[in-house]
Design a protein around this ligand. Structure first.
Ligand code: DQA
Length: 142
């Protein structure tokens, strides 16, 4: 069971970036939590952080995974190209956000990804990724 986790743009700055919204854990801290849960669940997880839209699309297209967990960050609200890549590849994907995007600025309420994902998890901080990993396990076990 292979799960790819993609962290989108600016998430490499977690722990230093808008800590009131995103918390004080670094991306490494979050990745360690993901790796630890993946090992408990018996999931082979690979994690990428990519700042550019093209690199995210390349990683989605490579398709070396059974399910995808993606926090597209700001591209959530702008990228028809990432949406199209998800549809083209057709693997189950789960959209993740640390913050609750529906409690923030109006422009964050629109996601180009949500309706092509199996589901969206938003607002639980780093736990959003852990919930997504459990969801991926359930989806792939069916
Ligand atoms: C985010 C929410 C996005 O609106 C924002 O652009 C991000 C992070 C989140 O995880 O809460 O960079 O995806």
């Amino acid at each position: 069971m292979k799960v790819l986790v993609i962290h989108g743009p600016n998430l490499n700055l977690l722990g230093r970036r808008e800590t009131d919204i995103y918390g004080t854990k670094s991306l490494d801290d979050i990745n360690n939590e993901i790796l630890s849960l993946a090992s408990d669940l018996g999931i082979d997880v690979r994690i990428l952080q990519l700042n550019s839209e093209g690199e995210i699309i390349d990683a989605i297209q490579k398709g070396a995974y059974d399910a995808l967990i993606i926090n597209p960050a700001a591209y959530t609200h702008t990228s028809i190209a990432i949406r199209d890549a998800l549809v083209a590849v057709g693997k189950p994907s789960i959209e993740v956000h640390l913050s609750n995007i529906y409690r923030r600025e109006e422009f964050r309420r629109r996601s180009f990804i949500a309706d092509v994902a199996v589901g969206q998890i938003s607002g639980f901080g780093p736990d959003s990724y852990l919930l997504a990993l459990r969801a991926a396990k359930n989806i792939l076990s069916k």
